[in-house]
Design a protein around this ligand. Structure first.
Ligand SMILES: CC(=O)[C@@H](O)[C@H](O)COP(=O)(O)O
Ligand SMILES: NCC(=O)COP(=O)(O)O
Length: 237
C-alpha cells in the first residue's frame, strides 16, 4: 500500500490571502486525517508565504498520522525540525525565492553536507528523505548519505504524462528498482494528481508514500463547487 500524505500548503495560502483564520489550517489537518489520509505534509518557506513556522509547531499535536516537514535545511529550518521532531523530514534544495520546488539534490556533490544533516535528524529519531531527480547516479549518491528514503521529484513525469508521453515514467521505475536494491525507501511528489496518480503508482515498485498538495486542493475546490453553489441558491430562494 502507498500512503497518501496531504500537503496543506495551499490551505495556508488561502488563509493568508485575507489575514484571518479562514480556512482554519488546524481544522483542515484534523479533517483530512479523519477522511483517511495517512499523513500531513507541510513545506514552510523562509518568507512564510503559506505555512508559517508557528503553524508547524501548532500542527505537532494535531497530526496523529505521519507528520512530514519539507524544506531546505538552512539553520532556522533545521532548528525547528529538531524541536518539533516530526515523523519525517524531507530535505529539498530549493532557493529562498523559488515559486515552488524546482530540482532535486545533487547527492554526489552535496554528499557530506547531506550526510551530516541526516545523521543529526536520525539521532533525534526523525526519519529522513531527500528530494531527487530520477537519475540513477542521484539514487546511488543518496544511498551514501545514509538517508532512510528518497522522494522522487515527479514534476517532469506529470508534465510529460499530461502531454500523452507515458514513456516519461521509465526513469522513475528504474530509479525505484535501484533504490530498492540499495535498501532505500521510496516516496514521491510534485504535481501528482487524480489524472496521473494511478498510472504512477502502477509503475513504481515499493512506492511507500506520495505527498500531494496543489492538484488535490484544486480538485477539492472544483469537485465541491456544484454542491456549494446549489446550497447558496437554496438559501437565496
Ligand atoms: C517538495 C515539493 O515537491 C513541493 O511540491 C512542495 O512541497 C510544495 O511546495 P509549494 O506549495 O510551496 O509549491
Ligand atoms: N512533496 C511534494 C508535495 O508535498 C506536494 O507537491 P504538490 O502536489 O503541491 O506539487
Amino acid at each position: 500500500m502507498t500512503k497518501l500524505s496531504v500537503n496543506i500548503n495551499k490551505i495556508a495560502t488561502l488563509r493568508n490571502a485575507r489575514g484571518g483564520n479562514v480556512p482554519n489550517l488546524i481544522q483542515v489537518a484534523k479533517d483530512v486525517q479523519r477522511f483517511g489520509a495517512q499523513g500531513i505534509t507541510i513545506h514552510p518557506r523562509p518568507d512564510e508565504r503559506h505555512i508559517r513556522y508557528q503553524d508547524a509547531y501548532d500542527l505537532k499535536s494535531v497530526v496523529t498520522t505521519e507528520y512530514n516537514i519539507e524544506g531546505n535545511p538552512m539553520d532556522s529550518f533545521l532548528d525547528m525540525v529538531l524541536q518539533i521532531q516530526p515523523t519525517q523530514v524531507t530535505l529539498v534544495p530549493d532557493s529562498v525565492d523559488a515559486i515552488t520546488s524546482n530540482a532535486g539534490w545533487d547527492t554526489v556533490k552535496h554528499k557530506d553536507y547531506l550526510a551530516e544533516i541526516i545523521s543529526e535528524c536520525k539521532r533525534n529519531h526523525i526519519r529522513t528523505s531527500i528530494f531527487v531527480d530520477p537519475e540513477i547516479a542521484m539514487i546511488e549518491g543518496a544511498a551514501k548519505t545514509g538517508t532512510d528514503r528518497i522522494e522522487l521529484y515527479t514534476e517532469a513525469f506529470a508534465h510529460q504524462y499530461s502531454l500523452g508521453n507515458k514513456k516519461a515514467i521509465e526513469p522513475y521505475t528504474a530509479c525505484a528498482v535501484r533504490a530498492t536494491q540499495l535498501g532505500i525507501g521510496i516516496n514521491a511528489g510534485h504535481d501528482l494528481s487524480l489524472d496521473n496518480i494511478q498510472f504512477f503508482k502502477e509503475h513504481i515498485p515499493n512506492l511507500l508514500e506520495v505527498s500531494i498538495g496543489h492538484a488535490l486542493i484544486c480538485e477539492a475546490i472544483y469537485l465541491g463547487l456544484e454542491t456549494v453553489v446549489s446550497q447558496y441558491l437554496t438559501k437565496l430562494k
